[in-house]
Write a protein of this length. Structure first.
Length: 426
């Protein structure tokens, strides 16, 4: 249960913060946001405020933003579809009900024959199943439509659609999601610095400061305060040498030379387990004793910025390594996040915050990769539009985006299966 709660907190927070970035910049740019959802799947609750439906859905994982004209929010009413219309005093349609779950009082039932909710704003159909006469109704600019699941959203005339906003506004909206992930990481790292009161500086000794629960080190009786004197027959004099030697023996039984706080020497045999993020690295679950440095108020904020930048650079290095030698084992999806959540949940709240911050930076940078379907791909199309002086046709842009999404879906399925296989099947 602790793992599930940690996973929902970590994954849900970084996705919601990402989507909120798109949401707030879209609203400021005059783009209609039809729905901002917390969670995925079936609707539990929905309430409209200023043209946006705020929804709570069943699955507490992430959320999404539906921007008018962004390609994934179109509402279809095929010919023959029964709907009901609510009119205002001027005889204009102010509400269209397509849902069987909602009863619309004082409404007119029609079978749709034609409609235009973007430009000319009308809907035509047979009233009360009378097919002898097709009746046309004018639709109000701010009319709403009740979708099949009962969520009421606003129609999207051309002037409030995504593509109608200025190029700069669209670029900011596309960039805002990753930007929010960087801000979240910075805030979380600052919170960690304030909770700790400072930071730990890596020491030069090989004295063990802590042992992780259920780790190989704990299983063979290694204790905090023990000093590692040798690894696999090689003498080690500092933490870097010790970590390097242990890391180079994943799934291999090695001998560690130890000296306890009383100066008594002993040896133990231990098998470093493969690191879940990088199976070529071995770990035995120890923390090296570090020096603690107290920081001032500004120093803690500076540390938050430094950790954000440091983690960003690490991810760029990982991307470079992925390009030069692609492997599914270098990627991770929700299954890996779940497994890592299991680990950090055992190590306390600070570990959860650090993990969330690191993952938030990761998501921000990965979304800026210039591939169709990602925010980086959208920004690339925006830049192309700026250089060309006009956008790609919606048809071409849709083809490029759908091709990119198809590739990403296939990759995600492959990554998820690979993670499931190496963590649960083996």
């Amino acid at each position: 249960m602790k793992t599930i709660i940690t996973f929902i907190f970590v994954f849900g927070l970084i996705v919601l913060v990402h989507e909120f970035g798109h949401f707030i910049f879209a609203k400021r740019g005059g783009i209609l946001v039809r729905e901002f959802s917390i969670g995925m799947g079936p609707k539990l609750f929905s309430h409209r405020v200023n043209g946006t439906a705020y929804s709570l859905r069943l699955l507490p994982i992430g959320g999404y933003v539906r921007m008018a004209g962004a390609g994934d929010d179109e509402i279809e009413m095929p010919p023959g579809m029964p709907v009901s219309l609510q009119l205002n005093d001027a005889g204009e349609v102010v509400k269209i009900n397509t849902s069987k779950k909602v009863e619309l009082p004082n409404s007119i039932p029609i079978e749709v024959t034609d409609y235009d909710l973007e430009d000319k704003l009308y809907i035509k159909g047979y009233e009360n199943r009378d097919e002898s006469v097709t009746k046309e109704f004018k639709v109000d600019h701010d009319a709403t439509i009740i979708e099949e699941d009962g969520v009421e959203v606003q129609i999207a005339p051309i002037d409030v659609q995504f593509q109608s906003a200025k190029l700069g506004r669209r670029m900011l909206t596309n960039f805002a999601g990753p930007l929010n992930n960087f801000i979240l990481a910075f805030v979380l790292f600052v919170i960690v610095a304030f909770i700790q009161g400072g930071t730990y500086v890596p020491g030069t000794s090989t004295v063990i400061g802590g042992i992780l629960q259920d780790s190989p080190a704990q299983s063979v009786g290694i204790e905090p305060g023990d000093e590692v004197t040798s690894v696999a027959g090689k003498k080690v004099s500092n933490a870097d040498e010790m970590i390097k030697e242990i890391s180079s023996h994943p799934d291999e039984k090695i001998e560690l030379g130890l000296k306890n706080e009383k100066g008594v020497n002993r040896t133990v045999k231990v098998t470093p387990e493969k690191d879940q993020a990088n199976p070529n690295v071995g770990k035995i679950g120890i923390n090296v004793e570090n020096d603690f440095v107290k920081l001032s108020f500004l120093g803690k904020i500076k540390l938050g910025a430094e950790l954000t930048v440091k983690n960003s650079l690490n991810i760029f290095k990982a991307l470079g390594d992925l390009i030069t030698g692609f492997s599914l084992n270098k990627l991770g999806g929700p299954v890996m996040i779940f497994k890592l959540s299991e680990q950090v949940s055992k190590n306390g709240f600070l570990s959860v915050l650090i993990f969330t911050a690191t993952l938030s930076v990761n998501l921000g940078i990965m979304n800026l990769v210039p591939l169709p379907g990602l925010d980086g791909g959208k920004l690339l199309l925006n830049i192309y539009e700026g250089l060309r002086g006009k956008p790609l046709s919606q048809e071409k842009e849709m083809i490029i985006t759908m091709a990119g999404v198809a590739v990403l879906v296939v990759l995600m399925i492959a990554v998820t299966w690979n993670d499931f296989h190496r963590f649960f099947i083996k």
